[in-house]
Write a new protein. Sequence first.
Length: 609
Amino acid sequence: MNNYGINIWSDKNFIIKNGEVKLNYKSKPSLLQISKEVRESGIKGPLLLRFPHLIKKQIQRLYSNFNSAIDENNYKGSFGAVFPLKVNQFPHAVESIVNQGKKFSYGLEAGSKTELLLAMSNANSNSKITVNGFKDKEMITLGFIACSSGHNITLIIEGLNELNTIIDVANETKLKVPHIGIRVRLHSIGSGSWAKSGGMDSKFGLTSTEIIEAISILKNNSFMDKFSMIHFHIGSQMNDIAPLKKALREAGNIYAELKKMGASSLNNINIGGGLAVEYNQHSHACTHNYSIEEFSSSVVFLLGEIMDTKNVQHPNIYTESGRFIAASHGVLIVPVLELFSQDYHEKLLNLKDNNPPLIKELLELNKLLDKKTSIEYLHDALDHQESLFTLFDLGYIDLQDRSNAEILVHNIIKKVLYFCGYENSKELEQLQTRLQERYLINLSIFQSLPDYWGIGQNFPVMPLNNLDKKPLRAASLCDITCDSDGEIGFSPIKPLYLHDVDLKKDEYFLGFFNIGAYQETLGMNHNLFSRPNEYTIDINENGYIVKNIVESKSILNILNDMGYDKNKILNKLKTDILNSDFIQKQEKTDTLAKLKVYLEQNSYLRTTN
């Protein structure tokens, strides 16, 4: 994995050139260059970089592939899409999504009152707003207000009570009635971690019996002209296309049957989200078996085939694939603070004037080992180490002898791994695991990568430079929280190798990729760490522009957001310092000034990195 699987997960968004990770776009700046520039202002801790051009790329790919499939299959409906705000509601992410999607009339999907208000205040004109999730009367009324304000909005009902509430609001007000959609509960289920979104046990959607009753309610209240969409969703991050095809056949036939039942205004089918993103960086662990080309072609072909068979007009197709749109645009840059080495440098050897014979032999092996002799000498060294451990247990050698043995054997293993590289050997795999290094990184996994902690989601990770050098250290990554779960452990199945670096001489940064979906919205304040400093990077032919700077919250503001009175905290700390008998009078002013600086900084560690 010399290139960290960049050809697998990056979709050619990033390249390696001159030993650095670079954006594969226009002036092709390096991530290290961008990171160092934004850190010149004294910023510490992790950095979240947004790249709007990657959102633009994904929106264009989505529309172009579906429109090509429509042309190739002589499909009579159109294609449209909405972005589910739950994927990323942060201002500069939404701003990029709305701006980059304007030419396509790319819309927004809301699942709560707050998200609906966000959609109403940000959606492009003429773009669609869909509203999913359970709704009360207030939320439905907001939908009426949105419609009356000129928005093309569809309220997708999750139950019959919601439909009755829509009718009640229509009768009680003079507001314009929005479009109505029905979420259907399919028998078909998806695949992957989110498969429970579909199937008869799903918490969402109407059964066949409830759909028929809904049609009756619509007819009896003269609302059939407002019924314009059916919707289904069989799960996020679908790893297999076969369940989608099955769901399309089921939903397509439901659509056709509803048209035959008199739903003349029904002209849209919303297939939900689920387009997968590749998070793995090892070829044997790829997470999905289809491309965007196959996905779009399958959807269009199957729906067209069903409608032609049923002699029903082709519906317009909508998708809600937010992960596909947003994941790639976010990159998390993290400084490495320390290496907790499990081996020892030769300079730590403390040899005696007269060393035990096995120590002398280890010294000779360490000196003479080369590529040709590496495996043979490795076996000798491991055998000598076991013998020395036994001698220590029996009291024949002392602690210094044992320490010298450990240092020599660890350095012999390092040399063997260097000479053998990535040779496929169970023995070498075990040695790499045994010699793994723990890298302390300046972030909270709970805050910035919650899906790793919560569901074991992988994220591509690689150093920003040194990529012209072979990484040999089997790496586990430890965050700065006081929680033992704050670690990405080394896995021999999906190994991560990093470089043996001297942090006193050089900084070492890691990049986590494809983190633009869900991670920000799910991030938690475990240990009261706040979000990283955030920057939007616009790349042009001559370089790049850093804009939309959002600084990480200060310690005082974090506490204030948690419900504490920051002024009360500040006054208490000030009083304690002024009344302290342990701080000299002339030092109290300096101590107060220092404390104020600390409280106005973020909560990440402030070392040289």
